[in-house]
Design a protein around this ligand. Structure first.
Ligand code: NAD
Length: 359
């Protein structure tokens, strides 16, 4: 029996994660899903954003299935007292340095994209984002009052060569299994960290002769993603650029509610790595509690969990095929329904997915 830590968090988190758990239980009878508090849900219970018992559960689990954390009521608090602190602690403490974000436009969903259907038809790319370094973690990182009495603030973008090399390897390994092209995104014309990034990516590329590599400046990459997204296979980039570019890429699929992610680290190996699996979106406070959120990202995150932490490719495929089949049949949640089509709510959409799981 494999234990999965289920941390649903806030807003739409619990609404979509319960759908993912339902699908997981359909395809694997030997998985024990154990829920624990995180984020605002923990704060409301008088605990820190990542309580000790939640961390202990994660320690003894094969993987974490995560929803989302963060609510407007906490936005003005210092980071240590905000729900999001839990996310950064989990990523940092388990050294989940490799964030994998597959971006796929399922057949039939082309019309929901922000771009012309002809530009996104069959789109299939992966963003590999470095998750534990860069400007989100570099020190110094503070707000302060300077000697002249003026308020100032500093964040630091910092990378060491081995951090770049290990994430570059992940990208090249994925590319080897796919269309064998890596696009490395940086800001080499301005940033010292990007100079090092490009150098290490070039060095790493030498170990993967079958994979070609192109370097793009991040501003150009943002443009190319909406100009001609089909040119990309694997996009490799640092933490903040990856954060922004993957939200942009999400809209190519029609909704941020479609995009799953896997964050893999140093624990475990092969397809039995410890990882955290979550939708790339936030808590969507504007629709939370209405039961209308799109559960696709959470369900596809469960598929990634099966693939990378439980070494169960057949079950992962079944889940992905069921989602694809649901879309093909015309099932749409409100974020994807176009032209007056009837929208299914979260539960109804999941019903369709479960019914279409290949036997
Ligand atoms: P968001 O991703 O929560 O929402 C952006 C927009 O996308 C909203 O209009 C929302 O309704 C829509 N959306 C998101 N997921 C959807 C789904 N599954 N189905 C249908 N529509 C969906 O981003 P935000 O509004 O900027 O942030 C809200 C809160 O979430 C903030 O507190 C933020 O800090 C937090 N956040 C958390 C995470 C995380 O836990 N990983 C990530 C991003 C933001």
């Amino acid at each position: 029996v494999s234990t999965i830590a289920v941390l649903s968090g806030d807003g739409i988190g619990p609404e979509v994660v319960q759908c993912a758990v339902r699908v997981l239980r359909e395809v694997r009878l030997d998985v024990e899903c154990v829920e624990a508090l995180v984020g605002g849900a923990a704060l409301r219970a008088g605990k820190p954003p990542l309580p000790d018992d939640t961390r202990a559960l994660c320690d003894r689990s094969a993987a974490i299935l995560f929803g989302a954390v963060g609510l407007p009521e906490y936005d003005s608090k210092p980071l240590a007292e905000r729900p999001e602190k839990a996310l950064f602690s989990l990523r940092h403490d388990y050294e989940l340095y490799a964030n994998i974000r597959p971006v796929r436009v399922f057949p039939g969903l082309e019309g929901s994209s922000s771009l012309l259907p002809s530009l996104v038809q069959g789109l299939d790319l992966i963003v590999v984002r470095e998750l534990t370094g860069g400007i989100y973690f570099g020190q110094p990182k503070e707000r302060r009052t300077a000697a002249d009495g003026i308020e100032e603030a500093v964040d630091t973008m910092f990378y060491r060569a081995p951090e770049i090399e290990r994430i570059a390897r992940v990208a090249f390994e994925f590319a080897q299994q796919r269309r064998r092209h890596v696009t490395s995104v940086d800001k080499q014309n301005i940033l010292e960290t990007s100079g090092l990034w490009r150098q290490v990516v070039e060095q790493t590329a030498q170990s993967f002769p079958a994979v070609s590599v192109t370097h793009l400046l991040v501003d150009n990459a943002a443009m190319q993603l909406i100009r001609r997204p089909a040119q990309f296979d694997v996009i490799l980039t640092e933490n903040m650029f990856g954060d922004i570019l993957s939200d942009e890429a999400a809209m190519l699929t029609g909704s941020i509610g479609n995009l799953p992610s896997a964050s893999l680290g140093t624990r475990g190996n092969g397809n039995r790595r410890f990882g955290m699996y979550e939708p790339i979106s936030g808590t969507a406070p504007d629709i939370a509690g209405k039961g209308i959120a799109n559960p696709t990202a959470a369900i596809l995150s469960a598929a990634l969990l099966l693939r990378y932490s439980l070494d169960d490719e057949p079950a992962a495929r079944r889940v992905e095929q069921a989602v694809e089949s649901a879309f093909r049949s015309g099932a749409r949640t409100a974020d994807l329904a176009r032209g007056g089509a009837r929208a299914l709510n979260t539960t109804e959409f999941t019903d369709v997915v479960v019914a279409r799981l290949p036997r």
